[in-house]
Ligand binder design. Structure first.
Ligand SMILES: [Mg+2]
Length: 244
């Protein structure tokens, strides 16, 4: 049973009322599709000193945004593209991610990944796990030998909290039903702009504090069970979306 936030159950119209509005699902990546934060692990694993700790503390305490934090932390990382790719080939995804994509595809629902990590890292992990055809919006990184040079094409001019302002992508799709799945601080703004939210950990804590409607989840198996079924009966996806 997926725990449901009380605010969500109080939404005025949860009855079946079909309409033709398209739907799009936004997935966070680290700790949502993966089992832990891969970018944090890369920084810790391949840093040549402990400078990353100071940047992490400054970010945690709100003294710097994630762009400044990542720029600072990557200065100490030394790893070649090949070694990083070898490491990324060991990363497993939540086993329900592929099933969820198939379910959404079958029902004409779009899906994208929005992440405050880097496209290269995400695409390598997806490739090693045999996942194709998912649009990825994330920060960029170039290799210069064993140094990583970041750039941030989706940074906001107005807010420095996140390196990648994920909210922009949700706002660009407001003509659709927007569904957001995430766990972290960079997911707060896009979740607040979405029509339906699946949340865990820091994101869930924040949405509960601010009484923002959401559905709590532990892993993507919970999200799959919310939309689909595992016992061969008809998936509930259309009914769920009609109520969004
Ligand atoms: Mg995350």
């Amino acid at each position: 049973m997926v725990p449901t936030h009380p605010m969500f159950s109080q939404r005025p119209d949860m009855s079946f009322s079909p309409n033709g509005k398209q739907a799009i699902v936004f997935f966070d990546f680290d700790n949502t599709i993966t089992h832990f934060d891969i970018l944090d692990d890369i920084i810790e694993r391949f840093s040549i000193n402990r400078d990353w700790v100071r940047f992490e503390d400054d970010w945690s305490n709100g003294r710097i945004g994630s762009k400044e934090c990542l720029e600072g932390q990557l200065k100490s990382v030394r790893v070649t593209k090949q070694t990083l790719s070898e490491y990324l080939s060991t990363i497993e995804l939540d086993p329900s991610f592929g099933k969820l994509l198939s379910l959404f595809k079958k029902n004409g629902i779009e899906f994208v990944i929005v992440s405050d990590s880097f496209s290269f890292i995400i695409k390598e992990i997806l490739r090693h796990n045999g996942i194709r055809g998912v649009k990825v919006y994330a920060n960029n990184v170039k290799f210069r030998g064993d140094e990583l040079i970041p750039s941030f094409p989706y940074a906001s001019k107005d807010c420095t909290r996140c390196a990648h302002c994920k909210k922009k992508h949700v706002l660009e799709h407001k003509d659709k039903k927007t569904i957001y799945i995430g766990d972290g601080l960079s997911d707060i703004c896009p979740a607040q702009e979405s029509d339906m939210v699946f949340a865990k950990e820091n994101l869930l804590d924040h949405l509960r504090k601010t009484q923002t409607p959401c559905v709590a989840f532990r892993n993507l198996g919970d999200v799959y069970r919310y939309f689909g079924t595992l016992d061969g009966t008809k998936p509930k996806v259309k009914k769920v979306l009609a109520a969004v």
